[in-house]
Design a protein around this ligand. Structure first.
Ligand code: BGC
Length: 343
């Protein structure tokens, strides 16, 4: 069942709607038209008690004024582009350097702050569309974006991303949900597993150096399940740059989950499936309790973890990475599934 409600109005008076998709076990997902944002996900714990497992905001003001992309659809180029520039067919493009005037982060925030058009597809699917004009944030091509959110009966939220441009351009889309399976506190005791033998170390601007470094013997080894907090404070030059995990993992091939997270206390479990080659693990390191989130509670450090499925960061400048430059008319299409259960 899908129900539509008014979520609020932006400071400049644009209406933001909230669509709630609910399945027969009462699992529910709130999606708002501002940023095609997954605002809340309500799932039961091992005793059948429901909680919202996303850290973020319960009002539009929070999203507009304090956003760290909580739950938002991110693009047109998720993650970073070094110095906000890249070249396609000999033409240099200079895009928004919205991060300290140095890098382009999350496409300059365009998709995350746009009001998307919503359409109910059926009882469990919602489609959101947005057209980005040619030259938006400096990127070439007018791009039609379409994101379809489906909540299945097995408590899997499927997110399908589609985009097509009228000019050759770069596209990398993701969702920036901050998961907290306990629905409270921080996530340092959550047990995480990532199916990645390697990750991409970063420089001081969080841009990959180009090295594909094995996780073996490093705090980045999540091949066996371990608490997020176990090694987060280890002495490690990479953890020092990100103040914790803020890195792209190079996913191994295979049909199983790219990542699995488990909260031992509530028993809630999350499995992440994707057809993409990378996932950014960001552990909410820059949250510091100064911003007030849902229920009037501060968003403390590590209040949530993000598993941003993606092409590797800065791909347009890294020919050795799997590429995400798309020709005019060529379809970008990708799918990520977040499946919830209890253990
Ligand atoms: C980035 C972080 C950033 C966060 C919020 C993540 O995708 O990797 O460095 O702080 O987004 O913008």
């Amino acid at each position: 069942m899908i129900v539509k409600n008014l979520f609020g109005n932006t400071a400049d008076g644009r209406q933001v709607d909230c669509y709630t998709i609910r399945n027969s076990s009462e699992t529910a997902v709130d999606i708002i038209t501002y940023g095609a944002t997954v605002n809340s996900i309500y799932v039961a714990d091992k005793n059948g008690i429901f909680a919202d497992v996303l850290a973020g905001f319960d009002n539009i003001d929070g999203h507009e004024n304090h956003s760290d992309y909580e739950g938002m659809t991110v693009g047109r180029y998720a993650n970073r582009i070094a110095e906000g520039k890249f070249t396609i067919d000999g033409v240099e493009y200079n895009v928004e350097k919205n991060e300290k005037g140095i890098t382009c982060l999350h496409g300059g925030g365009e998709l995350s702050t746009a009001i998307w058009k919503a359409m109910i597809v059926d009882d469990n699917s919602l489609e959101m569309t947005y057209t980005s004009p040619d030259g938006a944030m400096g990127f070439p091509g007018r791009v039609d974006f379409r994101v379809v959110f489906t909540l299945h009966e097995d408590n899997a939220l499927k997110i399908e991303y589609h985009a097509v441009s009228d000019k050759k351009t770069v596209i990398n889309m993701t969702n920036h949900a901050y998961f907290n399976l306990a629905g409270k506190g921080n996530v340092l005791d959550h047990i995480l597993q990532i199916n990645a033998d390697a990750y991409t170390p970063i420089d001081e601007n969080s841009i990959p150096t180009g090295e594909i470094r094995p996780v073996e013997g490093t705090p980045f080894d999540f091949r066996e399940p371990k608490a997020i907090g176990r090694d987060i404070g280890a002495e490690d030059d990479q953890l020092a740059i990100g103040k914790g995990y803020d890195h792209n993992f190079c996913l191994n091939d295979g049909d199983g989950p790219a990542a699995t997270a488990y909260d031992p206390e509530s028993g809630r479990m999350l499995e992440v499936f994707t057809d993409l080659c990378g996932v950014q693990l960001y552990t909410g390191n820059f949250l510091d309790g100064t911003i007030i989130g849902k229920g009037g509670k501060p968003l403390v450090q590590h209040a949530g973890f993000c598993l941003e499925t993606q092409y590797y960061p800065n791909t347009p400048n890294m020919p050795e990475f799997p590429q995400c430059t798309f020709d005019a008319g060529q379809k970008f299409c990708s799918c990520t599934v977040f499946r919830f259960s209890v253990k």
